[in-house]
Write a protein that binds this ligand. Structure first.
Ligand code: UTP
Length: 287
């Protein structure tokens, strides 16, 4: 079984739900306290043993490339002033550890992944949607890689949501269940509540076999007029093993404003340097 060495981060979406904040700043650069969303996703990939980060970017996303580059003037000035550069350590991705590819038009998540096909090559790979913010120890991808090492094939992370909210997500049809692993027998993107096969939604982390790229090649537009990754994966069920992993941690949907604010509050409350101050403030505010 080939190990998971590469991760694709699709970051070419328009982020319209966060306008005007995302007019000139990529959604993925919005911070949770003091770290951008994309940094958390890259850290999660590293924790899972992934070595190469592939970013599918678009116009207006150059801040992401700058974030993972050396900031020469900043670092020189900080060093001269005797300031520690430790905080910048995780932001450095050397040339061997990152690659950028452009999605010229935002034609959908499936299309964004397909844009990375030449760099992914013929090996299984991970996908991270950075606006799905996963908090836990071990991290979501580490948990998935461990499951992959036992099961192989294709894996997606899932979580249970109230049934009336499923229409915003990709939903799985569940088969046999064994602990945190559920067999996937079908997949549908943004179903109507009455048509949804379950209330288990895909939550932004995948491990897929390279054959998905060939499937995406011929994928027609689906929900929202976009080329959907879920539709391509659905066509692979039956030809390859497909399992869902229920993440043992917490997930915040930072593509939505409420989820983003909740994530900031939760992380701030858990921090040693500010937790007590934020707790006192929140309690006072709620009085
Ligand atoms: P979303 O569905 O959250 O879309 O994409 P979006 O454009 O980022 O945000 P809204 O809905 O307009 O507010 C899920 C992920 O897929 C990427 C996004 O960057 C995000 O990480 N994506 C989506 C692409 O890279 N390309 C696309 O064509 C669509």
């Amino acid at each position: 079984m080939k190990p998971i060495r590469k991760a694709v981060f699709p970051v070419a979406g328009l982020g319209t739900r966060f306008l005007p904040a995302t007019k000139a700043i990529p959604k993925e650069m919005l911070p949770i306290v003091d770290r951008p969303l994309i940094q958390y996703a890259v850290d999660e990939a590293r924790e899972a043993g992934i070595e190469q980060m592939i970013f599918v970017t678009g116009r207006g996303k150059s801040a992401i490339e700058d974030h993972f580059d050396i900031a020469f003037e900043l670092e020189k000035t900080m060093a001269e002033r005797g300031k520690s550069l430790e905080v910048l350590e995780p932001t450095r991705l050397g040339p061997g550890n990152c690659a950028y590819v452009r999605q010229q038009e935002p034609l959908g998540l499936g299309h964004a992944i397909w844009c990375a096909r030449a760099i992914v090559g013929d090996e299984p790979f991970a996908i991270f949607l950075p606006d799905e913010f996963m908090v836990g120890s071990p991290g979501c991808m580490k948990q998935m890689v461990e499951a992959y090492n036992r099961l192989g094939g294709n894996l997606i992370s899932v979580l249970e949501v109230p049934r009336e909210t499923v229409s915003s997500y990709g939903v799985i049809a569940p088969g046999a269940r064994d602990g945190d692993i559920t067999e996937v027998t079908g997949l549908v993107e943004k179903p109507k509540v009455e048509d949804a096969p379950s209330n288990l939604i895909i939550s932004g982390r995948y491990i897929l076999q390279p054959e998905v790229m060939r499937t995406l090649e011929s994928q027609e537009k689906g929900a929202g007029g976009e080329i959907q990754l879920t539709d391509a994966m659905a066509r692979m069920i039956g030809t390859q093993p497909f399992h869902a992993v229920t993440f043992a941690g917490k997930r915040y949907d930072c593509g939505s404003k409420a989820g983003y604010v909740q994530a900031n509050l939760a992380i701030a409350l858990g921090r040693d340097d500010m937790g007590a101050e934020i707790r006192a403030f929140a309690l006072d505010l709620l009085k």
